[in-house]
Ligand binder design. Structure first.
Ligand code: SRM
Ligand code: SF4
Length: 550
């Protein structure tokens, strides 16, 4: 029997396992189960194509990059596009955490994909695993210099939270097994057994919550005064993952604990990570996220522990409120006079005409790509005289068209056929679902309504369905749990409206809801806000058992 992740980390804190040896074995099309655990820390998931399971397991790999703040310089984008074609399934998947994923890489192409990512000056180290994941930050080139400072802070913190193991470099760049004698026995920050579970970090600049900050373990809400970034309000203990039928697991929004000055960013970030490291539940991976430390011990305990570890005192909250979330589409002028363009990407899947157009734009004009937390892309720092060329390139390929409001604020996780945990379709079902919902909204004259719709193939919550105004959470093929009532500011969890709904029942269930909304809504009232005002759903709290809410 394979060892538990805790035992494996303890046995081999280098995280190397026998990956290098298996890599050199041309007869092996996959890695042993234990190495598959270590591979996650290298940003790699061992998967099999679930569409063809009847004919056996066809092993393939998902590779996830680390892109703090979603920044992808043009040469890096071009390298990724080439790698996706040569070794992957020809697509690049923008993730809900501003990173890229390659899907469908087979073992013989894995080393070359990884080497290519390294040569593009990027890494996949700690993109997955029980460590601090990709650090999110607002991708929009905003009106003040504070936005650039926040992005620089995100990069600085991301570097400070990286594990130091040489295994990634030795295996994927040098192509050698780890020199065990030289490897430290324990990571200076993480210790020997890393974290009990994944750890997620985001930054946001109010009033825009474009990173869904409160769903993160660690959040930094920028405090900008007179155009200058002075510090952050600290948010801790957000997280969404849950399991069907297990009321001890639930989505939870972060607690905002108070303000600290910018110079203490790394000390605070590392201290929060250490609290997770030392107090997270290592006996039960379903209870191991930082959110349960907050839930079980409370925000006051957490604040005291943080202040003890850092010697700092958190001050009263200073950040402004969040009043909006999501992305901006189309052309917008930057503070420096240049432009950025927001492009919708359906379910984050960059492929075909859009991939080709972005490649041409990156190679001809050197324009930087930014990934958003809602699976879209921005082209930033565009000069006035480049705009027409970009429009021509997109038009020639019929790519980058602005879709209807409902479509552009939708999200879906990959689910089938790649995700081993999927219970139902998600990304592949999204277009059909949106057609249905658009039809229902049209019946009520609500075509122009921007209602956020998010779908996942299981309750883990990868496309953050529990924050959506309408969330579908997969239960089994063709059956979903229906959640209603999130807001567009990312400050309210939604609640279960139907415990199970078959796809063909959606019109009958949602038609009367949309009809009521069309009749009863107040001017400018968003769908999610309306569901709460009229009592269609009750507020979700972490202690409300999900099953009882339906
Ligand atoms: Fe996720 C596991 C995809 C964001 C909660 N997630 C997985 C795996 C790796 C399945 C697995 O463990 O075998 C999925 C790979 C599918 C595939 O084929 O690509 C997967 N998660 C994704 C992505 C690609 C979804 C997307 O639509 O973009 C996102 C990658 C982000 C990144 O770049 O790092 C992704 N996952 C999220 C989010 C949203 C977020 O972080 O903002 C969540 C909910 C927030 C949270 O963490 O609480 C999320 N993923 C999970 C969980 C449940 C964790 C929990 O606490 O219970 C799992 C399962 C697990 O860890 O055991 C999971
Ligand atoms: Fe897979 Fe579930 Fe995450 Fe979707 S939500 S990618 S089905 S783990």
């Amino acid at each position: 029997m394979a060892l538990s992740p805790e035992a494996l980390k303890d046995r081999d804190p280098s995280l190397a396992g026998t990956i290098a040896q298996t890599l050199q074995d041309p007869a092996a099309d996959r890695f042993e189960e234990e190495d598959a655990v270590f591979l996650k820390f290298h940003g790699i998931y061992q998967q099999d194509d679930r569409d063809v399971r009847k004919t056996g397991k066809h092993w393939q790999f998902m590779v996830r990059t680390r892109q703090p703040g979603g920044i992808v310089p043009a040469p890096q984008f071009l390298a990724y596009a080439r790698l996706a074609r040569e070794y992957g399934n020809g697509t690049l998947r923008v993730t809900s955490r501003q990173a890229f994923q390659f899907h469908g890489v087979v073992k013989s192409g894995l080393a070359r994909t990884m080497r290519g990512i390294h040569d593009a000056l990027a890494t996949t180290l700690a993109a997955c695993g029980d460590v601090a994941r990709n650090v999110m930050a607002p991708p929009i080139p905003a009106e003040t210099s504070a936005a650039a400072e926040v992005r620089a802070d995100a990069q600085r913190l991301s570097d400070a939270l990286l594990p130091v193991t040489r295994a990634w470099h030795d295996i994927w760049v040098e192509g050698v097994p780890v020199k065990l004698g030289e490897e430290p026995k324990a990571d200076p920050l993480y210790g020997r057994t890393y974290l009990p579970r994944k750890f997620k970090t985001a930054f946001a600049i109010p009033p825009l919550n474009d990173t869904d900050l409160l769903t993160n373990c660690l959040g930094f809400i920028a405090v900008v005064e007179n155009g200058a970034l002075v510090g952050y309000d600290l948010a801790v203990g957000g997280g969404l993952g849950r399991s069907h039928g297990n009321v001890a697991t639930f989505p939870r929004l972060a607690d905002v604990l108070g303000f600290f000055e910018r110079e203490h960013l790394v000390a605070i970030g590392q201290a929060v990570l250490k609290i997770h490291r030392d107090w997270g539940d290592r006996t039960n991976r379903k209870h191991a996220r930082l959110k349960y430390v907050l839930e079980d011990r409370g925000a006051d305990w957490f604040r005291a522990e943080l202040e003890r570890l850092t010697g700092l005192t958190l001050q009263p909250r200073r950040a402004g409120e969040f009043t909006a979330g999501g992305d901006r589409f189309g052309w917008h002028r930057q503070a420096d006079g240049r432009w950025y363009l927001g492009l919708h990407v359906e379910a984050g899947r960059v492929r075909g005409a859009l991939l080709e157009a972005l490649e041409q734009i990156a190679s001809e004009l050197g324009v930087e790509v930014r990934l958003t937390a809602t699976q879209n892309v921005l082209l930033v720092d565009v000069d006035e005289d480049q705009r027409a060329r970009i429009e021509a390139i997109l038009a020639a390929r019929q790519a980058g068209r602005d879709p209807l409001p409902l479509r552009r604020s939708s999200m879906a996780c990959p689910a089938l056929p790649t995700c081993g945990l999927a219970l139902a379709e998600s990304e592949r079902w999204l277009p059909t679902l949106l057609d249905t919902l658009e039809g229902l909204l049209r019946e009520q004259g609500l075509d122009d309504d921007e209602i956020s719709v998010r779908v996942t193939g299981c309750p883990n919550g990868c496309a953050r369905p529990y924050m959506a105004e309408i969330g579908f959470v997969g239960k089994s093929p063709g059956r979903y749990q229906l959640w209603l009532g999130g807001d567009r500011r990312g400050t309210r969890l939604n609640s279960v409206y139907r415990e199970t709904i078959k796809t063909e029942e959606i019109p009958d269930v949602l038609r009367p809801v949309f009809a009521r909304y069309a009749q009863e809504r107040q001017p400018g009232e968003a769908f999610g806000d309306w569901t709460h005002r009229v009592g269609l759903v009750q507020p979700f709290t972490p202690t409300t058992p999900v099953a009882a809410a339906a």
